[in-house]
Design a protein around this ligand. Sequence first.
Ligand code: FPP
Ligand code: MG
Length: 285
Amino acid sequence: MSWIVSSSLTYFQRFCVNVIKCGPIPRHIAFIMDGNRRYATKTKVEKAEGHIKGFDKLAETLQWCLELGVKEVTVYAFSIENFKRSREEVDTLMKLATEKFRQLLDEKEKIMSEGVCIRIIGNLGLLSPELRKLVAEAELMTKDNNKAFLNVAFSYTSRDEIFNTVQSIVKGVQDEALDVEDIDEDLISGALYTSCSPDPDLIVRTSGEVRFSDFLLWQISNSFISFTKVLWPEFCIWHLLACIFYYQRSYNDLQQKKARVTSERAQKFLHQLQQQKITQLKSYT
Ligand code: FPP
Ligand code: MG
């Protein structure tokens, strides 16, 4: 299945989408797509097939989010912890990702006409040169799109992200690009892999597991969390609408985000970091 699919909603489902759209819609939703292997066991298919169904569900979910007017989606596609799975499974997931990112580049026209900006958040250094090149090309190809944003967390954990951020800030101080007094929460947020994104409004985790698994730990302090029992490949529009409905019920209680005030010097340092990232991505291609 391709990354961009056409709408599969029935007339009644579209009506319900429009009803939900009368309330506040989260600007940014993050998904922990869990339960692919349990789905494979349940339906007596190979694990690889469970992950393929997981990707298909991701494409379908992105289409629902576009229809709902959700501007940004972040998905946990592969954690650094996942490298500890069997060699066979890691290879399968890497092969699937390679195939899907190659397909994404082949579907350039479709992606560009939808105006989707794709970013890969994670430790790209842990990926094979082939996959690194593909994700870098995908990111560079779509970097100026701004109708919708898809962040794929791949080779990602929050602890690794925070560790890398601390290292880059320490280097900034050593190189005298920053003063110690410039370091505040906004500077740290701006130096994370997710620096270009607002924090998620809603986090959805499927499969009944009630934990965060090292996903966006810095970014979710004010997010609404929805845990649902359904396995990811079985997630459907009704589950998504239910998550948004609960978000809407709590909307007024959710804290207003504080205005961001970042010093001029810190802004300059963050700009330098962005430029370094673009140069790094270009070196991978
Ligand atoms: C969690 O289910 C799922 C994953 C570790 C992989 C998710 C990957 C995809 C949905 C494909 C995405 C691919 C791209 C290129 C974006 P699990 O394996 O932990 O299953 P379990 O919880 O039942 O054991
Ligand atoms: Mg799991």
